[in-house]
Design a protein around this ligand. Structure first.
Ligand SMILES: [Zn+2]
Ligand SMILES: [Zn+2]
Length: 261
């Protein structure tokens, strides 16, 4: 298979039929770009607002971003592993649509053999609904206010901007996991890593337990839920390398990926 077809291998009949059915159900008025902008514009506006209000931050204030980003990386892993791959009946079933959308739709639409979409109308099944960002922002406000009150306004605004920053990072990287092969996604460090990492996650035999990170595979490395046998640095900059796939996974997603690469 030539390089242009990385991650765009043959679909099974089941996957093809699911895609046709899903695409028929997308509303006529749906616009991929509208969906994308409904996430990025408010996200960038909040980041810009916070940056405007940060004045001469100290190194200690800026350093707060480190633990926050690690915490968000763990959250991304935890939510994906627990709420998106398991039916959570608590909270009045509020998280059930997230599970349904992820396991019964996203994972049927994309498999490790065929990870890519054809047109931007299919962003419908890649991007979260616009209200997800709103929920994350509302959840962040009390923490930003507390940090702003007990430490400094700068630290509070840095906490506030970290949420849309990480969320836009997540959406951008996940979208890059599902675009057709191109020079940028193949060669950009970190993005090429998550592209292979996520393609392996889309392999049906291991999707419930492996490769839960969607930005940087830090928590997967730390929690031992990665399909790779490498250190942290190797995990972050693995790219498309398949040499480090653990032996026990060589026959499921390893084989899938070899077909698609
Ligand atoms: Zn995906
Ligand atoms: Zn998943």
């Amino acid at each position: 298979m030539d390089k242009e077809n990385f991650f765009s291998g043959q679909m099974t009949e089941k996957q093809r039929a699911f895609r046709e059915d899903y695409k028929r159900g997308i509303a006529k008025w749906y616009s991929g770009w509208g969906h994308l902008l409904s996430i990025y514009l408010p996200g960038l506006a909040v980041i810009a607002f916070c940056v405007e209000n940060i004045h001469a931050p100290t190194l200690a204030e800026i350093a707060i971003l480190g633990p926050i980003l690690i915490f968000y990386n763990f959250n991304e892993w935890w939510i994906h592993k627990n709420a998106m791959h398991h039916p959570v009946k608590k909270l009045g079933g509020a998280l059930m649509p997230v599970y349904h959308r992820h396991v019964h739709q996203h994972h049927q639409y994309f498999t490790s053999k065929r990870m890519t979409y054809d047109t931007n109308r299919e962003w419908r099944i890649v991007l979260f609904p616009p209200y997800a960002l709103l929920i994350f922002l509302v959840a962040t406000v009390p923490f930003a206010l507390i940090i702003g009150y007990v430490w400094s306004a700068n630290a509070g605004f840095l906490v506030m901007l970290s949420t849309p920053f990480y969320y836009l990072n997540y959406e951008t990287f996940h979208l890059c996991c599902h675009v057709k092969e191109n020079w940028f996604v193949r060669n950009c460090p970190l993005i090429n890593t998550i592209r292979r990492h996520h393609a392996a996650h889309h392999s049906q035999p291991i999707m419930m337990e492996r490769n839960m990170n969607l930005t940087y595979p830090i928590t997967d490395w730390y929690m031992g839920t990665s399909d790779l046998n490498r250190g942290l640095f190797g995990h972050l900059f693995n790219g498309y390398d398949q040499r480090y796939i653990k032996d026990e996974f060589q026959n499921d997603q390893g084989a899938d990926l070899r077909q698609s690469v």
